[in-house]
Design a protein around this ligand. Structure first.
Ligand code: NAD
Length: 436
């Protein structure tokens, strides 16, 4: 099938390459000429495992190309729109400037019978406002929210947990759902749940899923706060409640909390939208979820301060991680960098290392010192804080090896990922989050 993908960022570039990998003829379109040049050369403009391989294959096969020219969307049967929906600069709501512009730019190239499938995460009601522009071209608008996880984006796109397609009522909607089934034929053939809903439900499914995940993380972080006041251990608590299948262990990792280009802005946009709808109190708890999450970053800084007897000025502190999570170079709203910046603001000599995210981090926070090599970053440190759970730090760094590099013996485990007993046995002051 001929497909266009508008917006080739973390979502769109993967979507375009994945659609080509399952046999479609795909054109990816983005405003950013550098991104398009890199993608056209078969090179991923960001770190995402598995993306370089399918990009190269797609470009070499001739089934995948990229352009900045929107007119090349003409002739595609399905147009996926995956442009950004960041938080507004002056509030919590989503900034729909890019979505509105993308639809306006695409509209002249739509033909009767085309399907436009929104993939961006949008406030409920957005599809309804965009429907007239699509329908005036004789095309049909559906919403097909994306649930991919950065770091697993290729797998999640080709082989998702479920597919959700919001369609308008009537024959056009039914036909569009059938076309989307065809687009995702390999996943559908495998028996992947394919849920057809109305437009509003499909928009809500995405923000509800993110609200739930954020709430789960903040719940365990709230328990970490209580654990801190009582001498309890939140990691044991998480394990104990996680055995209950109704609760489940995943997303119960207490630590410095969530970040990234989705969860924080999505829960804020959801709360803002609910207020516009006069239902602010229904999701009022999301403000608390956000507040708990942000408090954990502050808490991590306090733990470092306390471990260094509140004297960090000029102390060398190695920050292990910059990306908002491992297997990604994404630093949008990264708790790791937030902690690094705060420590630096307190006068510490902060050295940040990360296997993939240094370039992005340096662009956003040039005031920090970056060292690519983990061991070089650790050399001479008075204290170390683990903030992104890369295997290089969590699994592969032994306390004995670290001892051969650092001056001090203080490690703050912002992700509760290290073996506390092993670090203590090696003579370190180990400080976890929500743990005695
Ligand atoms: P991103 O910032 O990485 O990518 C957005 C891209 O859209 C950019 O490359 C930008 O240049 C391009 N763009 C903006 N306006 C355009 C226009 N008019 N025409 C063509 N291209 C245009 O953002 P992202 O992380 O890919 O997220 C995109 C959307 O997908 C957001 O709504 C996000 O919430 C949602 N989403 C993201 C993820 C994720 O893990 N990144 C997962 C699910 C959903």
């Amino acid at each position: 099938m001929k497909i266009s993908v508008i917006g080739c960022g973390y979502l769109g570039a993967v979507h375009a390459a994945a659609m080509a990998s399952i046999g479609h003829d795909v054109v990816g379109i983005d405003l950013d000429p550098d991104k398009i040049a890199s993608l056209s050369a078969g090179e991923a403009p960001f770190f995402e495992p598995g993306l370089p391989e399918i990009l190269k294959q797609g470009v070499a096969s001739g089934r995948l190309r990229f352009t900045t020219d929107m007119s090349e969307a003409r002739g595609a049967a399905v147009h996926f729109v995956g442009v950004g929906t960041p938080q507004k600069k002056d509030g919590y709501a989503a900034d729909l400037t890019y979505v509105n512009a993308a639809f306006a730019e695409l509209a002249p190239y739509l033909s009767s019978g085309d399907i436009v499938a929104g993939k961006s995460t949008v406030p409920v009601g957005t599809a309804a406002t965009l429907t007239p522009i699509v329908e005036s071209a004789g095309a049909t608008l559906v919403w097909n929210p994306e649930f991919l996880r950065e770091g697993f984006a290729v797998k999640d796109t080709i082989d998702p947990d479920r597919l959700v397609v919001g369609v308008p009522a009537g024959d056009a909607g039914e036909t569009a759902a059938d076309v989307l089934r065809e687009v995702y034929a390999p996943a559908v053939a495998k028996g992947t749940p394919f849920l057809v809903t109305d437009l509003a439900t499909s928009e809500l499914v995405k923000v509800a899923a993110n609200a739930f995940l954020a709430t789960k993380i903040s719940f365990i972080n709230a328990m970490a706060e209580i654990a801190e006041a009582t001498g309890a251990d939140v990691t044991q608590l998480a394990e104990a409640i996680g055995h209950d299948v109704r609760i489940g262990r995943r997303f119960l990792g207490a630590g410095i909390g969530f970040g990234g280009g989705c969860l924080p802005k999505d829960i804020r946009a959801f709360a803002a939208r609910a207020e516009e709808l006069g239902r602010g109190e229904s999701v009022g708890f999301l403000r608390e979820v956000d507040a708990i999450n942000l408090r954990r970053r502050e808490r991590a800084v306090t733990l470092v301060l306390d471990a260094l007897d509140r004297d960090v000025v000029g102390k060398r502190i190695t920050v292990l991680g910059a990306a908002f999570k491992p297997h990604s170079d994404d630093i949008r709203d990264s708790p790791a960098l937030d902690v690094a910046v705060r420590l630096r603001g307190l006068g510490a000599d902060v050295v940040v290392t990360d296997p993939q995210a240094i370039e992005n981090a340096r662009r956003q926070h040039p005031q920090l010192t970056y060292v690519e090599d983990r061991d070089e970053a650790l050399r001479g440190a008075d204290a170390v804080i683990l903030v992104t759970e890369w295997d290089e730090y969590r699994r592969d760094l032994s306390p004995e090896h670290a001892s051969s590099l650092t001056v001090g013996r203080v490690i703050v485990d912002g992700r509760n990922g290290l073996d506390a007993a092993a670090w203590r046995a090696a003579g370190w002051t180990y400080v976890g989050m929500g743990r005695p």
